[in-house]
Design a protein around this ligand. Structure first.
Ligand code: SF4
Length: 357
């Protein structure tokens, strides 16, 4: 995926931090991980941006404006997909089971609860159970439901890849086995659809082979930060998983899925020293793992916002870290667009693709 003409990493980073005043029909307000965005085509590329009514960036007649001045870039909100209007045979609206991300990614959280969601353990940037509380999704998606939705999304809305994430369960597989069942069912309904799965490192690494054998083509094992203090402070539950378990899972995943088919989120703005973040990204790249760097986004309903009042990082830091990581990725010949499915393949939540990675 190439960056849209005129979209520099600096502008992309500023947009990620400041958001844009635009009416985007495809958006979500809560969910797993660090995201709460509207989806637009920015210069023709699927991009997820915070919707901020007071932002200095706005959209008029399909053009991006900065303080009212035309920046020479087309912005087109992604239209509400047709599959949102369907319901399953058991009466659940498809929209509650999976969502359109960007213009062509179907995304779902197969288990919308997490063993770490009590106030003591919860990742402070995460709102996975908020959408459940708001009634906008269901706690557990069955394989049959997802197969039904995926078939419709591909047929009606041109979806070309799927991302399946999960809240963490108590089992040694950490939720991977249910993911594997869902992958199998979707591939029976839509043979060949590239699917990325996302989960914590399973205590039993054999679960990774089950995911590959089920037909997933790429995997995200998301650590969010490599800094011990940041992990303790921001992710008291998940941060207690030793880094050795992450490294073992990444290594096994690279062996099974291949170099650059494994990724991890690294969040900019959790207090980690930028040089250390970039050094950590270099270590991941060396292992064949794509570090998907994204800026921290304040989302209502998270502890970071409701309790801590954390602000987003500066656009300058986001651009600097992103450009340095992009340079390392380019040097290693690892492009997000070479991943067959998943967040790095989509790229909408990061400035990496504006930086050429
Ligand atoms: S990068 Fe990942 S989370 Fe963001 S829009 Fe794309 S698939 Fe969804």
């Amino acid at each position: 995926m190439s960056a849209p003409t005129g979209l520099s990493p600096a502008l992309r980073s500023d947009l990620a931090v400041c958001g844009v005043a635009v009416d985007a029909p495809v958006r979500r307000r809560a969910g797993a991980g660090p995201s709460d965005d509207g989806h637009v085509l920015l210069g023709g590329i699927g991009t997820a941006l915070p919707i901020v009514a007071t932002s200095k960036y706005s959209v008029r007649e399909g053009r991006l404006l900065l303080d009212g001045a035309d920046l020479g870039m087309d912005v087109e909100p992604i239209a509400r997909p047709a599959f949102y209007d369907l319901t399953t045979v058991d009466g659940i609206p498809y929209e509650q089971l999976a969502r359109l991300h960007g213009s062509n990614v179907l995304a779902t959280t197969v288990v919308q609860t997490c063993i770490r969601y009590d106030e003591e353990q919860r990742c402070r940037f995460c709102a996975i159970e908020e959408s459940l509380r708001l009634g906008s999704t269901t706690a557990v998606k069955t394989p049959a439901q997802l197969a039904e939705v995926a078939e419709a999304a591909v047929r009606l809305d041109g979806v070309t890849q799927m991302v399946m994430t999960t809240g963490t369960s108590f089992g040694r597989d950490r939720g991977a086995r249910h993911l594997a069942r869902c992958v199998r069912a979707v591939l029976e309904a839509v043979p060949g659809l590239p699917i990325q799965v996302q989960c914590e490192p399973p205590a039993d690494l054999a679960a990774l082979a089950e995911l590959r054998d089920a037909g997933a083509v790429s995997i995200g094992i998301h650590v969010e930060s490599l800094d011990a203090e940041v992990r303790r402070r921001w992710m008291p539950g998940k941060g207690s998983v030793p880094m050795a378990e992450y490294r073992a899972a990444w290594r096994e995943a690279v062996r099974l899925f291949g170099r650059n088919q494994v990724s991890t989120y690294l969040i900019i703005g959790l207090g980690e020293d930028p040089d250390e973040l970039v050094a950590g990204a270099a270590e991941l790249i060396e292992m064949g793992v794509y570090p998907f760097v994204v800026p921290f986004r304040p989302i209502a309903g998270t502890l970071a916002v409701d309790v801590d009042g954390v602000r987003p990082p500066s656009a300058a830091v986001v651009a600097d870290v992103t450009e340095r990581v992009a340079r390392l990725l380019r040097r290693a010949g690892m492009q997000g667009s070479d991943q067959r499915a998943g967040c790095a393949a989509c790229g909408a939540c990061s400035a990496l693709n504006a930086a050429g990675a």
